[in-house]
Unconditional design. Structure first.
Length: 364
């Protein structure tokens, strides 16, 4: 084939050379794209947990017993679907996002709203700045130092002890958090969340829904210990909710004991909680046990809960589990055993509540 040579165009460029040049350019573009993709990652992850549970509120002198049974979810770990990603920005700086929604996999109640966590972050040697909806500092202690991980009928009933007025017992909307880097096992977190109130000139500042929380502690080797505190502003000072707690664990190898002490209060009530528990590896599984007590201050009302369970790992991703729990109430208390997907009525005043569940969990 002849040369393609426009008048006075200089050295000739054959069709073969032109095709080769285009191929080299395409390979260079692909190589550059591959480098860019290697600097960022997106992961799809989730958990599907389902089982069978049965709960019963015992009878008292003034009321009969009630019971309920059925298919449940999240007995071992909360069922969820999520997306998370990290991009390396260079110079030790990274950007990340995390979107996670709950799954009601035993019914058609699932609504994809990423309410479990919706955050964007900047991370580096300075630590992490995280913005969005996330766990509050005090809840981290509640779930980390519960042998049942605040899931299923065995979980401690510590989040939201004061009632529905504590809307930040687990998570906070419109929050900004700073997490320190790990400093030889020492670390800390501060969170500020905004109620996003309308402010009117010439009137007092509206603080309803504003939240601030702190958490700090040490975790290295077998020892983990943290303290946390938080305050949620109500419509009035009397409606403010203050939460504080302490948690610790120590892994002895053959057994790992846990301790949790917490308190929630407002002007009308103060509730204290204490939980002791342990996990112990046995072959391909883990035994879990916990005893917790809840006390309404300046009142005879109190509840205690005993929970026992076993988790058998079929693989790193799949586990079978079984749990039994019993609640005893005094002084008019009405705490009951319950599980996700199987809502139980309040126990009869000063009565007992029992339950069990068996299930399977798979993560991906």
């Amino acid at each position: 084939m002849g040369d393609i040579r426009p008048p006075d165009s200089g050295p000739c460029l054959t069709l073969e050379k032109l095709a080769m040049k285009k191929s080299l350019i395409a390979l260079a573009v692909l190589a550059a794209s591959g480098t860019a993709f290697a600097q960022s990652s997106v992961t799809l992850f989730g958990i599907v947990d389902a089982g069978y549970a049965s709960v019963k509120n015992g009878s008292t002198a003034t009321a009969g017993s009630t019971s309920k049974s059925g298919i449940t979810n999240s007995g071992l770990n909360s069922s969820r679907l999520g997306f998370r990603g990290v991009e390396d920005l260079g110079g030790g700086l990274k950007a990340g996002f995390w979107l996670e929604t709950a799954l009601a996999n035993d019914s058609d109640a699932t609504s994809v709203n990423f309410a479990r966590r919706s955050t964007v972050s900047l991370m580096g040697g300075f630590g992490e700045v995280r913005i969005g909806r996330d766990y509050t500092p005090t809840f981290w202690n509640t779930t980390v130092y519960d042998p049942f991980g605040t899931n299923g009928i065995g979980q401690a009933s510590t989040p939201g002890l004061i009632g529905s007025s504590n809307t930040t017992a687990v998570r906070a909307n419109n929050s900004v958090s700073y997490f320190t880097p790990d400093m030889g096992g020492l670390s800390g977190q501060i969170m500020i969340a905004f109620g996003e109130n309308t402010q009117t000139s010439g009137t007092p500042t509206v603080k309803t829904g504003n939240y601030m929380g702190l958490r700090g502690g040490y975790a290295a080797g077998p020892l983990s210990v943290h303290v946390a505190t938080g305050k949620l502003n109500g419509a009035t000072a009397a409606a403010d909710v203050k939460t504080s707690n302490f948690g610790a664990s120590y892994d002895l190898g053959m057994v790992k004991p846990f301790l949790f002490v917490g308190q929630e209060k407002n002007a009308a009530a103060k509730v204290g909680a204490v939980e002791i528990g342990a996990t112990a590896p046995v072959g391909a599984g883990t035994i879990r046990a916990a005893f917790s007590k809840y006390d309404l201050k300046n009142s005879p009302s109190e509840s205690s809960k005993l929970a026992l369970g076993y988790v058998h790992d079929l693989s790193k991703r799949t586990s079978l589990y079984g749990t039994f729990a019993m609640v005893s109430n005094k002084g008019g208390a009405t705490l009951s055993v319950a599980n996700n997907g199987l809502t139980n009525a309040a126990a009869n005043a000063s009565g007992k509540s029992t339950g069990y569940e068996v299930g399977v969990k798979h993560s991906f």
